[in-house]
Design a protein around this ligand. Structure first.
Ligand SMILES: Nc1nc2c(ncn2[C@@H]2O[C@H](COP(=O)(O)OP(=O)(O)O)[C@@H](O)[C@H]2O)c(=O)[nH]1
Ligand SMILES: [Mg+2]
Length: 398
């Protein structure tokens, strides 16, 4: 015990000394940096002259630039190219786009929130894209306007799979009442692509009242999509008898619907058996929402079996969760959660965009942690202190 403490002291004393010296050196450089025309200053600087000290500040994006305002109006007018440009903006990884993206979303925000948001999950090849097209066309037949946001895992690897999805949804893509947007999975944060929540808002503002979000078939994304949708439909393969053992319980637990797809041809019988197995398995699990008991049924995205039923049950879900208020509760929680996810992301990015002089510090602390010399929490504290001292480039809004 005592020797442990000695060891810790032996490791930390030089580190603490190094940090202290580092702070002194950097603190002396601070004034020079504060004069840079670098947009809003860091958390410790410039707040008084900006007048931010009076109460909770209103979101800066409320003052969208005229270009952003124009784009917002075009989106509200239902212009597809504007919608695509808007989505590109909210997906952007450039910190300099962040303010414009937030301004755009804020400018249309009052006109959003109107769609039913549906997550389509399941392993690659199960038929998510085919199902999205089938149910999308069905909904359009019922007078709806449908947007599909497809996050493709393989797009960054093969570069070709987005095209594959587009061809798969060719019929839907031809409809004036559909909008299909494949998103590269490159900008993942928290498992879903960057900007998905904002893209949903933009699609709603453009008048789409059904939003389908096809997630990549990996566990993390399937859990994360729950943060932006009202309901999750999990597609599974027929004949899952043996691999029912291997079902990722967590993923089944987030599903409001389990759809055994490909219930056609030779697989019809297997699909029915699989439905029974999932129904039995679900009885042992707790439903994701108190106001909805998950449903299991078979469908075929190819021959259309069960698609009308799926749509009818989705609407039943919508009716049940809007009338008891649970949908709004869920959305409120999602939105609040999203605030912290952005803060999280922006903080991380601030460290990525750290001032050149401090870059070696950031790298140094990470190296200390990697090598096992420093505890992660201590490094995080040191990094946050750096930010408080203004040695991090937080002025990325411009
Ligand atoms: N037999 C049959 N094949 C299907 C069905 N749905 C999709 N497929 C096929 O399964 C393959 C993968 O479909 P896709 O929609 O791209 O799957 P995703 O990776 O989950 O998006 C394609 O060859 C589809 O034609 C279905 O209901 N029945
Ligand atoms: Mg697909």
């Amino acid at each position: 015990m005592a020797s442990d403490l000695n060891l810790v002291a032996a490791i930390f004393a030089p580190l603490a000394l190094a940090c202290a010296i580092g702070w002194i050196i950097y603190a002396r450089r601070l004034p020079a940096r504060d004069t840079e025309p670098d947009g809003p200053a860091g958390p410790t600087g410039g707040t008084t002259e900006a007048g931010h000290e009076a109460g909770p500040a209103l979101p800066a994006p409320a003052t969208a630039s005229s270009a952003t305002q124009e784009l917002a109006e075009q989106i509200l007018g239902g212009h597809r190219r504007a919608l695509s440009r808007g989505i590109t903006l909210v997906e952007s990884r450039h910190p300099r786009d962040r303010a414009a993206a937030a301004g755009l979303v804020q400018a249309v925000f009052a006109n959003a929130g109107t769609a039913i948001r549906i997550g389509i999950s399941g392993p690659p090849g199960v038929g998510k894209s085919t199902f999205s097209e089938a149910i999308g066309l069905h909904a359009i037949g019922q007078g709806k306007r449908v947007a599909v946001l497809a996050v493709d895992p393989s797009s960054t690897i093969s570069g070709g799979s987005i095209l594959g999805d587009k061809t798969r949804m060719e019929r839907l893509g031809r409809s004036d009442n559909a909008y299909i947007r494949p998103s590269p999975s490159g900008g993942l944060h928290g498992g879903i692509a960057r900007g998905v929540r904002e893209s949903v808002t933009l699609c709603e503002a453009a008048g789409f009242d059904v939003i389908l979000i096809e997630t990549m078939g990996v566990g993390q994304a399937e859990l994360a999509v729950r943060e932006v949708v009202d309901l999750v439909a999990l597609l599974v393969q027929p004949g899952a008898g043996d691999n029912l053992q291997g079902i990722k319980r967590g993923i089944v637990e987030i599903a409001d619907f389990i759809l055994v797809n490909k219930a056609d041809g030779d697989l019809k019988r297997a699909a029915e058996l699989t439905v029974g197995e999932y129904k039995r398995a679900l009885r042992l699990m707790s439903p994701p929402s108190a106001s909805w008991k998950p449903e299991v049924f078979a469908c075929s995205a190819v021959d259309g079996t069960g698609i009308d039923h799926a749509w009818e049950r989705i609407q039943a879900f919508e009716a049940a969760t809007t009338s008891d208020g649970s949908r709004d509760d869920v959305r409120a929680r999602q939105a609040a959660e999203a605030v912290w996810s952005y803060v999280n992301l922006a903080l991380r990015e601030s460290f990525r965009d750290v001032h050149a002089e401090s870059q070696s510090d950031v790298a140094g602390w990470e190296a200390e942690v990697r090598s096992g010399r420093m505890a992660p929490a201590a490094a995080a504290t040191a990094l946050l202190d750096m930010m408080r001292d203004g040695r991090i480039a937080t002025g990325t809004a411009g």
